[in-house]
Design a protein around this ligand. Structure first.
Ligand code: GDP
Length: 194
């Protein structure tokens, strides 16, 4: 997709702030630092529309990025956020669960997992929860440029094994550096926007 217009609509901290229209929403889920903002910036070819973790003071918000006035990316607060207090984590957990289960705009969910490591307990629990509610996510293995070709294959197998996927080809390896997985991700998004 050629992106002519990309803007942040709202960084929401409460449900009342979610956009009130019915534009489709493509959701990004994953641990803090896994590469959610970078995934958005790479797809839309903007260096820094989505705020990346390297910028200090990145707060936990639900960021709605509107693309070509056609759909939105929704960058969720990272789960397993070490610096957040327990009450803050509980609040976000409930808000994310409610959003995912009730928001009618949601057309696709990308769950991002760091391809360099075995999926964490949090990754596994998130995936289990999503599939239990039939919110089947597309699995993206991020930072693929940081591992060798041989290890890329191993990583896909490892992710598939840990999450009990039927097939390791269900994992899309992604890199902001080499753009691996960019076209494939766009194809999936375009397929649900039609
Ligand atoms: P978020 O917290 O999930 O939004 O993660 P960010 O998008 O902020 O990424 C966290 C860090 O990982 C940043 O320093 C990014 O530059 C880096 N990063 C993200 N994706 C990639 C990638 O595909 N390749 C490399 N080499 N670094 C990446």
């Amino acid at each position: 997709m050629k992106v002519n217009k990309a803007e942040i609509v709202i960084s929401a901290v409460a449900e009342a702030q979610y956009p009130g229209d019915n534009l489709p929403e493509v959701v990004l889920l994953g641990r803090s630092n896994v590469g959610k903002s970078t995934f958005v910036n790479t797809l839309i070819e903007r260096r820094s529309l989505a705020r990346t973790s390297q910028q200090p003071g990145k707060t936990q918000t639900m960021n709605f990025y509107q693309i070509n006035d056609l759909f939105r990316f929704v960058d969720m607060p990272g789960y397993g956020y070490a610096k957040a207090s327990k009450s803050e984590r509980d609040k976000w957990g409930k808000m994310i669960e409610k959003y995912l289960r009730q928001r009618e705009n949601v057309v696709m969910i990308f769950q991002l997992i760091d391809s360099r490591h075995e999926p964490s307990e949090d990754d596994f629990l998130m995936y289990e929860w999503l599939t239990y509610y039939e919110l089947n996510p597309v699995i993206i293995g991020t930072k693929a440029d940081k591992i060798s070709r041989t290890n890329q294959k191993k990583s896909m197998n490892q992710i598939a094994k840990t999450l009990n996927l039927k097939n390791s080809r269900e994992v899309i390896l992604f890199s902001s550096e080499t753009k691996l997985g960019k076209e494939e991700s766009w194809k999936l998004i375009e397929s649900v926007l039609k």
